[in-house]
Design a protein around this ligand. Structure first.
Ligand code: NDP
Ligand code: PYC
Length: 341
């Protein structure tokens, strides 16, 4: 995960940042409901130091809304398909409001059947994935989500990009601690982090991507300008990325990462794909001690010398932001404020 480029930092109360982003989303074509969901998502990412999907993304949201590629006023249609299955047509809008519209039904089904699936299609996801799963674990549930994005990753052993950066996020309750959460692109890097490195003039580590000729490169601009990313972990990450295409697109009725054409919408940045969530009620597990067993696992990992859990850095950043305010560059705050003009 890249840190943003240098410059004086300011600290803003979380509620103030969220309110500012809400106004920006509404000013640029979102309904009050959609703006509220996106503002909470994006300010939470900034608060947690998830910089590739914090306020860095606002210009992309704004240019996409201006291009007419996404419907910021879409009303999702929720369909109760089966005891363990909910389907949502996001109506060409963002995925997070679609999840919000189906969330209560999904939880009721998971608690009743032990497991429930939420299949979202016709949706745009331009954000970090952990905000979609962490709240389920806060309510004692286990949640897994996948979303596909836009063609920029070469499948292992192939010559041309096909997959998206296709993240997988997982959250589970842990007794006496915040939930265990991981959220990772199946590409060697998130596309957002490549953009941040390019903006900062930094080189990447080896093994992240290739240039337009398919040759290995450490230059983020070469990856962004005609090149591509590689999956993480060779054939293993590639298999997971393939799974994400199947679950997030084929299963939901969404587009594969290569199936949409945004060339007629200059400024469009948000992938028009699909998202799958699987929510499990662990109270039905053997012994009903899931959260305690999670804690045992963490303690054993720590006893083996583990210095930090996935999600721990975010929680630390969150605590600091709650004490001191959310950190962002002064220049970023000025640019955000200018978007209200
Ligand atoms: P990272 O590689 O930064 O982190 C992946 C996971 O590993 C996180 O849970 C992180 O925890 C954890 N982690 C990182 N370093 C360590 C360590 N040393 N020890 C233990 N755990 C560690 O994330 P990515 O760059 O892969 O993804 C960044 C974001 O981009 C994600 O939020 C993802 O959802 C988003 N994304 C969104 C896409 C979309 O289409 N919407 C597409 C692709 C990516 P921690 O958070 O605490 O650092
Ligand atoms: O960072 O790879 C990424 C990404 C794609 C879509 C939204 N974020």
């Amino acid at each position: 995960m890249s840190t943003p480029s240098h410059g004086p930092l300011v600290r803003v109360p979380f509620a103030d940042l969220q309110a500012l982003l809400q106004r920006i989303f509404q000013r640029h074509g979102c309904s009050e409901t959609v703006a509220g969901v996106l503002a909470h998502n994006c300010s939470s990412a900034q608060r947690d130091g998830a910089h590739s999907h914090g306020v860095f993304r606002i210009p992309g949201y704004v240019s996409t809304l201006a291009s007419g590629w996404v419907d910021g006023r879409a009303t999702p249609t929720v369909t109760d398909v089966a005891p363990g299955y909910v389907r949502v047509d996001a109506a060409g809008g963002f995925a997070q409001p679609a999840l919000a519209a189906a969330r209560q039904l999904l939880i009721e089904k998971a608690r009743k059947a032990g497991i429930a699936v939420l299949a979202i299609h016709n949706s745009h996801h331009f954000a970090a994935l952990w905000p979609d799963v962490e709240p389920f674990a806060d309510q004692g549930l286990v949640a897994l989500s996948v979303v596909n994005s836009m063609t920029c990753v070469v499948p292992h052993g192939a010559r041309k990009p096909l997959f998206g950066t296709n993240p997988i996020a997982f959250a589970a309750p842990c007794a006496g601690q915040p939930p265990i959460v991981f959220d990772m692109a199946t590409s060697a890097m998130a596309h957002g982090d490549v953009q941040i490195a390019a903006r900062a003039g930094e080189q990447l580590a080896e093994g992240m991507g290739v240039d337009a000729q398919g040759q290995p490169t450490t230059d983020p601009r070469a990856i962004l300008e005609g090149g591509a990313l590689l999956p993480f972990g060779g054939h293993k990450g590639s298999a997971l990325s393939m799974m994400v295409e199947l679950l997030a697109a084929a299963l939901t009725g969404g587009h594969f990462s290569w199936e949409f054409d945004w060339s007629g919408h200059p400024g469009a940045k948000t992938p028009w794909t699909g998202q799958l969530l699987i929510v499990i009620d662990p109270s039905m597990a053997e012994g009903s001690r899931f959260a305690q067993r999670s804690r045992e696992l963490v303690e054993h990992m720590q006893a083996c010398g583990l210095s930090r859990m996935p999600g721990e850095r975010r929680y630390r950043e969150r605590e600091a932001a709650e004490r001191e305010g959310v950190a962002l560059q002064e220049q970023e705050l000025q640019s955000l404020t200018a978007l209200l003009g």
